[in-house]
Design a protein around this ligand. Sequence first.
Ligand code: NAD
Length: 480
Amino acid sequence: MTAHRITVAGVAVDTRHWIGGARVASAATFTDVSPVDGAALGEIARGTATEAEAAVAAAQEAFPGWAATPRAERARILHAIADGVEKRIEDLAIVETTDNGALLRSHRRGVMPRVAHNFRFFADWLLTLEHEDFETRGHTNHVSWDPAGPCVLITPWNAPLMLATWKIAPALAAGNTVVLKPAEWTPLTASLLADIAHEAGLPAGVFNIVQGYGAEAGSALVAHPDVRRISFTGSVPTAKTIAAAAAAHLVPTSFELGGKSPLLVFGDADLDLAVDLAVEQYDNAGQVCLAATRLLVESSVAEEFTRRFIAKAARLRQGDPRDEATDIGPNIHPRQLEKIDGFVRRALAAGARAVIGGHREDGQYYAPTLLTDVAQDSEIVQEEVFGPVLTLQTFDTEEEAVRLANDTRFGLAATVATGDQERAERVTGQLVAGTVWVNCFFVRDLQAPFGGSRESGVGREGGTWSFDFYCDLKNTVTSP
Ligand code: NAD
């Protein structure tokens, strides 16, 4: 192995940027550390404005050729990328688990097959995109979906390749070129994707990666005047910084941000189902933007719900994410663990009671936690923790449930557990959220719009909504 290639769980990964169809090193590097055992995995190229400039220039140069490539050929190459992902599912799964600590079994059987699906779905959707021509006083209106240009995509660490490919696939399908900046805590699978895309025949410069920190590589990319779209998934404060940079050149932005989603459990709900849904919120060690971290339970069933919740949560196995039997892996980084613990300690000091958990475990683990006796306006109820920490509040009426559910500055998702269909319709109609699940959770179809209201995001991704964002729509009016 050269200095630029590391071996991660037996898989060779290039640690350099991928710009204009070539690997590019940087003078400076940063250390990528595994949350699984704290081992240093390698030194990753640390991009600056120089690499950002080179990557946008490469994307700009490749744009006319890719934009002019017939849709069917673009779709064929995206399917070839999906084939490549499918061939390397095991490699991608173990590298992602080593890099971000999420469960190997879910990477293997859920996430990585979905990564391939992301490419297939948007390749196929591209071929269906049309708008019926229509007439105006004898003139024909023809709407076309023109590619926009180089797109900068910035992604977080909690589901690195999944979230990146939700953006990469539609951006490329639409005929745009891309510069991706992966999160600095999880740079590895993006690098493998560059190899896969190259082998699939994606032309040089169509897909580029700049590794590095947000404040260095990321901020240089989003400030670049030649960028035509910025799509970002991450935290609210970063989105505000990016929005300001994008405003300088009036670049359209798509933001998928944080949340503080509620799970409303009504007295008429199937209580076992409601408890299953609640315990599921500890998935990925609570590092899920959509997680329903606020349990709102009708007073009449709160005691029984809590009893069953404790019993079910006690069966969760926390441990090595590579072990098939593990349900909850480590949290991503010591800094994240410190943040989680800070939230819980402040909540306890303010009078909250830990029904379960409320403390760190050995290593980079946090005990699954349920807090009660929390005030609606308290930090723990209002702020996103991004760890395995849930709060439980009770309500007495439907009106109160809806009021509590909507009383945050977020609006990403909400889940309703009820046995009454009419109630479900009444309540979901009043909830402020981009996605509402009734008696289920985490069911996501790429045809559906996905995104957040209020501070949970700007815009929607999925199906035609993705193409709306990544295209410059043009109406051509022709006289008779
Ligand atoms: P973050 O905002 O700290 O970082 C996200 C990305 O932005 C990283 O790649 C980072 O390097 C980059 N970045 C940071 N500062 C930047 C700057 N000034 N300019 C350009 N790029 C910059 O978020 P995080 O901690 O990595 O991710 C967790 C957050 O992401 C949570 O709030 C979570 O809810 C949210 N999230 C949302 C969704 C969704 O779909 N809504 C999905 C997953 C995660």
